[in-house]
Design a protein around this ligand. Sequence first.
Ligand code: CP
Length: 431
Amino acid sequence: MLDTTRSLLHAPLCYATLSTNESLVHRRRYPDHRPHGGWHDFARAPSAAHNSRWVASSGSVTDFRSPACALGFFFCESHPPFPLNLGHLMKHFLNTQDWSRPEIDAVLREAAAFKRERLGDQLKGKTIALVFFNPSLRTRSSFEIGAFQLGGHAVVLAPGKDAWPIEFDLGTVMDGDTEEHIAEVARVLSRYVDLIGVRAFPKFQNWSVDREDHVLRGFAKYSTVPVINMETITHPCQELAHALALQEHFGSEDLRGKKYVLTWTYHPRPLNTAVANSALTIATRLGMDVTLLCPTPEYLLDARYMDWARDNVAANGGSLAVSHDPQVAYAGADVIYAKSWGAIPYFGRWEQEKPIRDAHQHFMVDSDKMALTNNAVFSHCLPLRRNVKASDAVMDSPACIAIDEAENRLHVQKAVMVALTGLGTRDSGLG
Ligand code: CP
């Protein structure tokens, strides 16, 4: 097992070793030093390592706590075990697409281990600022509780409510409502905490502005600690929780060959495309046969995420299709993932979208549609309006894994926090 693992891990190891040499030397010499700048949005592994299936090609679930397979441990003949702790790289978690496939797989495996063993000291003495510009139940709870269960501490801030409103534009004469600039906010928080989480939904007025994700990017630009996307125009933490729930349901890390349907559902208001962007991204990343089901072509997702999906299919196999017919899309599906979102061409003029939206209330997930599937599993990120997005019968059926997915937020976010803070993983002896 060790030899196999060593061989499979060799490519990513070499990337990690070469790319981080300077940081590693510095970190060993000055273990208490926090990196400052210069590593924002650190480039991912080169193609030799990218997308390689570096463990368990059989798809079996590997116990990462075995010496050879401990999450984040790359083995190489000439180097001691090296943790996949990314804190020394000053790496952010803004999108899963920025992370290599080995990194995603490793985090999912770490999350599975945290699910088996919830308490630890991997974040002992560490702090995270959770900056919420929008409401939350799951994200706030799971980050706060996750940090606590690993010995860390979270501080929750709501700019404009219990913290000063923040300016993000450069060169602005700040004589309006904002009291301080992101340049100071991110730098000050970076002196206090080890991680910063940011939730900032679009303004829903102008997609060409919202798609720049300037609040998250502003934090990433000025922060000198890793930044975690807690949902902006993507929701990468939800992606990981969703992926883990599917792996658990199907009993395999390998989800290739599964027919995955991402279905738009009705909601009385236009909602964020973030979870839809993320679902499309992770489902194609995992090599599934993905169908995007939406009312009309106007509900296609932004070109950036359609392109990511196509890139993922090219790199990972699987397929990508678009359908506007629920009967066709549901047929033979293994996974139904539901989300409502606003049509991008109608950003800022939502009254014109309303008739289209209202005409597609029948996209609700119900038992009749689920009966067309291959005994599919159903999930949703939550919150969910019952009997609008999905029927009571579907939500209360054994097929629904939405609660498992919500629970997994706790576990995957622990794995992300530990990876980014670079304290060492469980059983490493290096923490
Ligand atoms: N799924 C999710 O992010 O839930 P909250 O909005 O409650 O955090």
